[in-house]
Design a protein around this ligand. Structure first.
Ligand SMILES: Cc1cc2nc3c(=O)[nH]c(=O)nc-3n(C[C@H](O)[C@H](O)[C@H](O)COP(=O)(O)OP(=O)(O)OC[C@H]3O[C@@H](n4cnc5c(N)ncnc54)[C@H](O)[C@@H]3O)c2cc1C
Length: 447
């Protein structure tokens, strides 16, 4: 996440204090604070709707799109907390004249709060199936619009036309336009570049798709990703995949897709040569580094895809020594090992290490440190793979002297939870352990 984006968001929420603070001299400060919380929630939600538009320039301010989605989740949680407090702390104050819609605005505010509460909770409870969540998620904007209605018509110690009113209204309007764009306008005119499916190759559980541009095509950097949509056969839903080929003059693209769910399985069954595709992007800041420092690349399973593009690009780029760990579960299903070995033969500073957990070998921080031979503090580590593995490796490497800012990774999930699944599993394990312990205590060993 880029600090610039966070600073701008913090500033957007703090600016209204300029107008709220003088009001505290004549108004109930507790009620005023509650109104500030409600206003801050609207500002955050307006920004949040905007950052969900994938508009150009957002990545420059906030960081890669994968991180923007993480920010999107946390902004929603903070906004919900502010709304909850706004609801709990009485915002009513004496001497305010309400308009004809003030009563309705009060009720609409309640509906908005509970609607947002349910939908935001559904977003962070990741065991709710993705498609059900995605379908319900589109209504979040509708509850935001109700929140904006509440703001415009509720009794408050300032007018909508005052600087404070206009400031909050600007974020409400930004959010509403963004919502309209996402829900109605973007689906009517999908953005993206037209491509034709050139070849489809099945490599074990991975489908490799190569595409040739119909027009100019997109220009990407090694390691970036794009949203792929295929015309026909129920494959039009957009899904994010890494561009697993290095950028080339013909602007042909390759995706390497693991059949992990219903859409990717359908792709495996129905995708064929000559089909029309739309690719929108590129997105992401997980790109081939220019540094001459030693580099460690760790790709686990299908997380190898950005490193395929990185490795291909090394032919044209001089870098420091690179060690690529390709972590797999089964030597019988390593689709890209031959390609990577061929590249490593031609690029002297690339060393490929296959780590096969089926042989009882796991990549540990100790192994990385030992292989780096004392170069850990000057190294950059790039990781793509399961979250649990990333966290274990990062924690271990940072404890051994790697600066956290030198551990780079890409979120392979757009919908990241807040650890509720892990919390539920932990509660379940602790509960069953406690019950078993109590039972064992009751059963006396036979003499
Ligand atoms: C930045 C990024 C790069 C990726 N690169 C690759 C890659 O190179 N190769 C690869 O095989 N996979 C990649 N993925 C993962 C890939 O997007 C999912 O595996 C795929 O979308 C699963 O869809 P499904 O319907 O088959 O599976 P499901 O079982 O329906 O979904 C599995 C999970 O995939 C995500 N997902 C599903 N549908 C969508 C959607 N329309 N948009 C966004 N996320 C969705 C959800 O988190 C869901 O929980 C990448 C993901 C991201 C975020």
């Amino acid at each position: 996440m880029r600090p610039l984006g966070l600073i701008l968001i913090a500033a957007a929420v703090l600016v209204p204090i300029i107008w709220f603070a003088p009001l505290a001299a004549t108004r109930d400060p507790v009620a005023l604070f509650s109104q500030y919380l409600g206003s801050s929630a609207l500002i955050l939600m307006g920004i949040n709707q905007f950052i969900a538009t994938r508009s150009p320039g957002l990545e420059t301010v906030f960081g890669g799109l994968d991180r923007i989605y993480v920010l999107h989740k946390w902004l929603a949680i903070v906004a919900l907390a502010a709304l909850g407090l706004h609801d709990i702390i009485d915002a009513e104050m004496d001497g305010l004249r309400g308009g004809p819609l003030a009563g309705i605005a009060e009720d609409v505010g309640e509906v908005s709060l509970y609607g947002l509460l349910i939908l935001i909770l559904a977003s962070v409870i990741t065991f709710i199936p993705y498609h059900l969540w995605k379908w319900t998620h589109r209504f979040i904007g509708a509850f935001f619009v109700l929140g904006a209605f509440h703001f415009f018509f509720i009794e408050k110690p300032f007018q909508n036309a005052d600087p404070l009113g206009l400031y909050i209204a600007a974020f409400c309007i930004l959010g509403m336009i963004s919502y309209l764009w996402i829900l109605v306008l973007r689906p009517m005119a999908p953005r993206g570049h037209g491509y034709v499916v050139d070849a489809v190759t099945r490599l074990g559980g991975v489908i490799e798709v190569t595409l040739t541009p119909k027009g100019r095509g997109l220009t990407h950097k090694a390691g970036q990703f794009a949203f792929l949509s295929i015309k026909g056969n129920g494959l039009s839903e957009e899904h994010p995949f890494t561009l697993s080929s290095a950028p080339g003059p013909a602007r042909a693209l390759r995706f390497s897709i693991k059949d992990l769910g219903d859409y990717t399985r359908r792709l495996g069954k129905h995708l064929g040569e000559g089909m029309q595709a739309t690719v929108s992007g590129p997105y992401g800041h997980f790109t081939l580094p220019r540094s001459r420092d030693p580099q460690v690349w760790i790709g686990a399973g299908i997380g190898i895809t950005p490193f395929l593009a990185f490795a291909e690009s090394l032919k044209e780029r001089e870098t420091g020594p690179v060690k690529l760990y390709y972590c797999v579960r089964d030597t019988g299903d390593i689709p890209y090992v031959v390609d990577l070995e061929a590249i490593a033969e031609k690029v002297p500073n690339l060393e490929l290490v296959v780590v096969n957990s089926a042989e009882g070998i796991r990549l540990s921080p100790d192994r990385v440190v030992a292989d780096l031979g004392g170069n850990l503090p000057s190294a950059h580590v790039y990781f793509c793979g399961p979250t649990a593995m990333r966290k274990a490796l990062k924690t271990g490497l940072v404890a051994k002297g790697l600066r956290a800012s030198r551990f780079h990774y890409e979120e392979f999930e757009m919908r990241t939870g807040i650890g509720l699944g892990r919390l539920a599993a932990w509660l379940w394990d602790s509960g069953t352990y406690a019950i078993e312990k109590r039972r064992a205590g009751r059963v006396q060993p036979a003499e």
